[in-house]
Design a protein around this ligand. Structure first.
Ligand code: PFF
Length: 452
């Protein structure tokens, strides 16, 4: 079992690979459309507050648990306390649900990259292009398969050779390019209102759904509550400082999300001539808006192509971590060979992913609780299972193995855990109470018993 556990070479390798997992479509595609939909500045504020408190505490806990147990999620929880092995299983379901539909969206990105590379930027910038594309059958399946196949190939090569190398080159380039596009978007005519909408909190937009959406997005974006950081922690060397690594990862993650919002939301204002209904369009926001931005660029085809290439890499580093997590669960649990496991996971993901891609096309009539497959998978993982996993993880760390276990792991080899107090208070009291309140009110909200 142990000989299959390869590792990261050092702190930079770990931070970049973990940031590679965290930074992905969640930041560039999901964050801007949620921020646009849930009130702009208020959403941003709630998100940042949650990130520096909740997100920080949970990420430290997960990485420390993984490094202490030296195992991936399922086995890690049962090693630390047999009664909690169910938590590992519950957490493991999440990446299994996310990977297939994530690859469908990765496929959309691949398609846009190809469109830009083949000189079809103007077509991609037309109204209706996105909807026509996702509701067709053959091409979305093809690009979904390409994306998923690439992911499987890199996972097959193993942690150090595959994941670390790709992350080290791509992540810094992504930061620079996002910054550049954000500056350009902000300068578009009419974009200033969008900047204000995005940055200035307007509390009349605040509701419990804002907080629930921000919390789900936080878990998703930081790859929390699904066993990913536990697995990555198990690959981390003992002399790497968990606290500062966590700070760097979350800064990176939140920074990219913030700039992505700045790339997209002001541009929506600019192109819609201030018509705010454009903000509520959901998952298509990035795909519809960015080609229009690039079309106004001098040399937009090239810049757009480079941009979608980087988004593709960001998405790949995340899907790699999703698949790696699922694969390592099976390897640790059943002692399967890496190759066979990769193949099995690939096959399962193809089946689930097909539901998501066809759900926007020929199966559009099929709905689960009023949602298409992709939206349903996204909802069930982010708004239901992840908050529950996060809640039980807090209880597990706060009251079963006790925060001291995590603190000891963070403080190995003489490191000092500076935010120890914040960590204990968050994990024992604030986070669990908060999650319970949010879950209850969102259920009541959904049932229409209470409108908040
Ligand atoms: N955090 C990734 C993103 O923001 O795109 C998505 C993700 C990766 C979610 C890995 C879950 C995961 F296990």
């Amino acid at each position: 079992m142990e000989q299959t556990r390869s590792g990261f070479s050092g702190k930079l390798g770990f931070v970049l690979a973990a940031a590679g997992s965290a930074v992905g479509l969640g930041n560039i595609w999901r964050f801007p459309y949620l921020a646009a939909k849930y009130g702009g500045g208020v959403f941003l504020l709630v998100y940042i507050l949650l990130a520096v408190t909740f997100g920080f505490a949970l990420m430290v806990a997960e990485i420390a648990l993984g490094r202490k147990a030296q195992l991936s999620a399922v086995s890690a929880f049962s090693k630390l306390n047999r009664k909690f092995s169910f938590l590992g299983y519950l957490a493991s379901i999440v990446p299994m649900i996310i990977l297939p539909y994530y690859s469908v969206i990765g496929g959309w990105v691949t398609k846009y990259l190809v469109a830009f590379c083949t000189g079809n930027m103007s077509a991609a910038a037309q109204d209706g292009y996105f909807n026509n594309y996702i509701s067709s059958t053959g091409e979305p399946i093809l690009y979904f398969a390409v994306f998923l196949g690439l992911t499987a190939l890199i996972v097959l090569l193993g942690v150090e050779k595959g994941i670390e190398k790709v992350s080290k080159i791509m992540m810094p380039v992504l930061v620079v390019l996002s910054l550049g596009v954000a500056v350009y978007s902000v300068c578009l005519p009419g974009a200033l209102d969008g900047v204000i909408y995005y940055i200035k909190p307007d509390f009349s937009h605040f509701s419990v759904t804002t907080v629930l959406a921000a919390m789900g997005q936080l878990f998703y974006s930081m790859s929390l509550a699904m066993g990913v950081m536990i697995t990555y922690g198990s690959y981390m060397k003992k002399d790497v400082n968990i606290e500062s690594a966590t700070r760097q990862i979350s800064l990176f993650d939140t920074g990219i999300a913030f700039f992505s919002g700045l790339m997209i939301i002001p541009a929506v204002f600019s192109f819609s001539g201030g018509d705010q209904s454009a903000l509520g369009q959901g998952p298509g926001l990035m795909f519809v808006t960015l080609p229009k931005v690039f079309e106004t660029f001098p040399g937009g085809t090239v810049i757009g192509a480079v941009f979608f290439l980087l988004v593709l890499f960001a998405a790949l580093t995340s899907s790699i971590s999703l698949m790696e997590t699922v694969v390592s669960i099976f390897i640790d649990k059943f002692g399967w060979k890496r190759k066979i496991t990769c193949f099995a996971v690939l096959l399962g993901s193809v089946v689930l992913g097909l539901l998501s891609t066809l759900g926007y096309g020929v199966w559009a009539e099929v709905k689960i609780i009023g949602m298409q497959f992709l939206d349903f998978f996204d909802f069930i993982s982010n708004s239901v299972i992840m908050p529950i996993v996060a809640l039980i993880t807090c209880i597990f760390v706060g009251y079963v193995i006790k925060p001291q276990t995590v603190i000891d792991e963070v403080e190995t080899e003489g490191a000092r855990f500076k935010s120890k107090k914040l960590f204990v208070v968050m994990i024992k009291y604030i986070a669990p109470i908060f999650i319970v309140l949010i879950l209850i009110s969102s259920v009541l909200n959904a049932l229409g018993i209470m409108k908040i």
